[in-house]
Design a protein around this ligand. Structure first.
Ligand code: HEC
Ligand code: HEC
Length: 264
C-alpha cells in the first residue's frame, strides 16, 4: 500500500529541492558552472540573439518585454531563479518557457550577466502619484484600459504593464500608439450593406466572419456576406499623446505610475 505512494512522493520532493518555492528555505542553490567563461558568453550571445531578442531587443534593453540590462530581475536575480524563468517561463504572462538544453541555458545566463549595467536608472525619474492623477484625469487612459479590475476594455489590460514592458517601449507606445499594435487590438472599420460603418478592434476573424469590439465596448460578430467591406486601419484607436498633450515631465510621471503596476 505504502510503496506506490512513496514512489510517487520521491520525485516530487526532488523537484521541490531543485525548484524551491519563492521565500522557502533553499536546500540546494543551483550555480552557473560556466559563469564568466568567454566561450560560454559567446555561445550565450548567439542563443540570446536567436531566441530572446525578438521580444527583449537585440541590445537586451527591452522591446515588447522588460529591459534585461538593469542587473535586477523582479522574478529573482540568482542563477537558480533565472534558470527557472528561462526554462519554464512566467506562467500566465507573455514570457514563454523556452525549450533548450542545460548547457545553452547556462551559457545564456553567463551572457546576460555581461549585459547588466547597474545604476543606469531612468526608472527613477517622475512622480508616480502625479502620474496616477494624469492617468485617470487629463490623460483619460482609464476610459479604455483596465487596471486591477477597473476601467475600460477597448485597449489591453494594464495591470501588469510595469513588469511586462520596458520604459522605452511604454514611452513609444504613448507617444505613437500605431507603431506597434498587439493582436486582438488591430483597428478595423466594417461597412454594412446599408453603408453604416462601425469602428472597433478585431477580436477574431475567419474566412466567413469577423468579430469586433466597437468603440462603445460592444462585441459583435458579422458574417462577411452581410458586409460591403472590412477595412484594416493603420491608425490605432489609441490617440497619440504628443508633447502638446503630455509634456516630457508629465510623461515621466505617467511612466513612473505605470512602473508601479505589477499585477497579481
Ligand atoms: C514572446 C516574447 C518573449 C520571448 C521570446 C522571451 N521573453 Fe522573456 N519575457 C517576456 C515578457 C513579456 C516578460 C515579462 C512577463 C511579465 O512579468 O509579465 C519576460 C520576462 C523575462 C524575464 C524576467 C524579468 C524579471 O524582471 O524578472 C527574464 C529573465 C526573461 N524574460 C528572459 C528571457 C530570455 C533569456 C529569453 C530567451 C531565451 C526570453 N526571455 C524570451 C517576453 C519574452
Ligand atoms: C480611446 C481609447 C484609448 C485611450 C484613451 C488610451 N488607450 Fe492605450 N491603447 C488603446 C488600444 C486600442 C490599444 C491597443 C492598440 C495599440 O497598441 O495601439 C492601446 C495600447 C496601449 C498600450 C500597449 C499595451 C501593451 O500590451 O503593450 C499602453 C502601454 C497604453 N495603451 C497606455 C495608455 C495610456 C498610458 C493612456 C493614457 C495616456 C492610454 N493608453 C490611452 C486604447 C486607448
Amino acid at each position: 500500500m505504502l510503496r506506490p505512494i512513496l514512489a510517487r512522493a520521491l520525485p516530487l520532493s526532488l523537484l521541490i529541492t531543485m525548484w524551491p518555492v519563492e521565500g522557502a528555505p533553499q536546500t540546494r542553490e543551483l550555480k552557473n558552472p560556466v559563469e564568466g567563461q568567454q566561450k560560454a558568453i559567446e555561445q550565450g550571445e548567439y542563443v540570446y540573439k536567436s531566441r530572446c531578442s525578438e521580444c527583449h531587443g537585440l541590445d537586451a534593453r527591452g522591446y515588447r518585454a522588460p529591459d534585461l540590462t538593469s542587473g535586477q530581475f523582479s522574478n529573482g536575480t540568482g542563477d537558480a531563479q533565472l534558470y527557472r524563468v528561462i526554462t519554464r517561463g512566467i506562467p500566465a504572462t507573455e514570457m514563454p518557457g523556452i525549450n533548450m538544453n542545460e548547457d545553452e541555458v547556462w551559457a545564456l545566463i553567463s551572457y546576460l550577466r555581461t549585459v547588466a549595467v547597474p545604476g543606469t536608472n531612468a526608472n527613477a525619474r517622475g512622480n508616480a502619484q502625479t502620474g496616477a492623477a494624469i492617468y485617470s484625469g487629463k490623460g483619460g487612459c482609464a476610459r479604455c484600459h483596465m487596471v486591477n479590475g477597473k476601467g475600460g476594455r477597448l485597449g489591453p489590460d494594464l495591470s501588469r504593464i510595469g513588469v511586462a514592458r520596458s520604459r522605452m517601449a511604454l514611452a513609444r507606445e504613448i507617444r505613437s500608439a500605431s507603431e506597434y499594435i498587439p493582436q486582438a487590438y488591430e483597428p478595423v472599420t466594417v461597412t454594412m450593406r446599408d453603408g453604416r460603418q462601425i469602428k472597433g478592434v478585431r477580436k477574431n476573424e475567419d474566412s466567413f466572419s469577423i468579430q469586433i469590439m466597437d468603440t462603445n465596448e460592444q462585441l459583435s460578430t458579422f458574417l462577411k456576406k452581410d458586409l460591403r467591406d472590412v477595412i484594416d486601419e493603420k491608425k490605432s484607436l489609441m490617440p497619440d499623446y504628443g508633447p502638446d498633450k503630455l509634456t516630457e515631465a508629465e510623461l515621466d510621471d505617467l511612466l513612473a505610475y505605470l512602473r508601479t503596476l505589477h499585477g497579481r
